[in-house]
Design a protein around this ligand. Sequence first.
Ligand SMILES: [Zn+2]
Ligand SMILES: [Zn+2]
Length: 438
Amino acid sequence: MKSAWSVSGLAVALACSTAAYSSAEVDAVYPAAHALYLELHQHPELSGHEVQTAATLAQQLRALGYEVTEHVGGTGIVALLRNGAGRTILLRTELDALPVEEKTGLAYASKVRTKDDAGHDVFVGHMCGHDLHMSALVATADIMAHSKSSWHGTLILIGQPAEETVGGASGMVKAGLFTRFPRPDALLALHVGNELPAGKVGVVSGIYDTNADSLRITVFGKGGHGSAPHTTVDPIVIAARTILTLQTIPSREVKPGELAVVTVGYIHSGTKNNIIPDQAELGLTVRTYKADVRKQVLAAITRITNAEAVAAAAPRPPNIERFEGADAVYNDPALTQRLRGALEGALGAANVLSAEPITASEDFSVFVEQGIPGFYLSLGGADPSKYAAARAQGTHLPSNHSALFAPDVDPALRTGIGAEVAMLREMLKPEAATPPKH
Ligand SMILES: [Zn+2]
Ligand SMILES: [Zn+2]
C-alpha cells in the first residue's frame, strides 16, 4: 500500500505538470489553424453535403498520423490516435454550414451559392461557427500528436455532418461509431457564440440546452366563396384561434419558472382574397428543458389543436406531425466538475465562468444517450470591446445563425485549442493519477 501511495503521488505530480497546455504549443499551430479557418469559412457546405470539408479534414488528420475512416454516416469522419493503454476519449466537431447569406462585410466573407435539397438557389455561410470548431480540432490534433508523452490512451476525433438539420449524429451512431471503433469513456464538444467574450469559456453542469420538437399541424376546414362564409368552415380562423390559444400553454399551464417555448414560425393557407381555403398548415418549434414539461407541452398542443377544430365544427380532426426533434444535451456533473478544474488550471479561473443553459438545441445528445458521459463547453466568441459596449447598452450582439455573426477569431480560436488540449490531457492522464480511494 505504501509504495502504491508514493507511485500515484509521483504520477499526480507529473500529470499536474502536463495537464494544461503552454501558449507556445498553441502559438506553434496557430498560423495553420487560422489558415484552415479562412479556407473553411470561404468554402461552406450545406448539411449532408460536406464532401470537400470532410475531405480536407481527413487529409489533414491523416498527415498528422491519425487513422482516418471516411463516410461514417454520410460524410462523417472518424480519426483515431492510439497511444498505449488508458481511457478512450472522443472530441467532436460539426462539419456543416447554413443557407444564410453572409453580411458581415469581412474580407473573407463567404460568397458561395448552391442549390438546397428542395432545389432552391441559396447562399451558404458558416454562420454558426462550425468552421472555428473544425480549425480548433485539427490544431488540437496536431498538439496531441506531437506531445504523446503527455498522455496515453486512445484519442478519437470526429467530424459530424448535418448538425443543423439534426440527423448527423444518429447517422454516425447507426453507421457504427460506437461499435466499429473503440467505445469512448467520455465525449467532449464545444460551441462558439457571442454570449461570452472571446478568451472566456462557460461551464454548465447538468442540462445544457433544450429539448426541441418540430411540429407540422394541418387544420382542416371546408372551402368556398369568400362572400359566403356561412357555407364554409374557415380553416384560417381556426388556425388563428389555435395560435393564440397555444400561447396560453407557456403563460397559463406550465409552472412559472419552468422553460417552455411554443413558437409558430409559419402559417400557410389560401391562394386568393375571395376564396376560403379548405386547410391551413402551421409550423411550430417547441423548446423545453425537462422531460416532464416537454410531455406536458406536447400533450397540451394536441389537446388545444383538436379542441379548436371541434369548436369550429371542422369536418375532420387536425393532423399533428412531429417531423424532427432533438433531446437536451446533458453534461455529466462529475465529468463537468473534473473538466472545470482542468480548464481553470489551463485558462485561469477568471476565464472559466458558470453559464446558464441555452435555449438552442443540438444532436450531440444522441451520442450522450448511448450511455456515455458527455461534456459540452461554451466557447466565448464575442469581440471583448463590442461585448462590453452591448452589455452597457442592454443590447445583444448578432447570435449564431445571423447573417452578421462573426466571432473574434484570434482569441476565440486560441482559447478553443487551449481548452480542448487541457480537457483531453486531463482525461487521458495516467490512470494512476486518480487519487486512491480510502
Ligand atoms: Zn447552428
Ligand atoms: Zn452550431
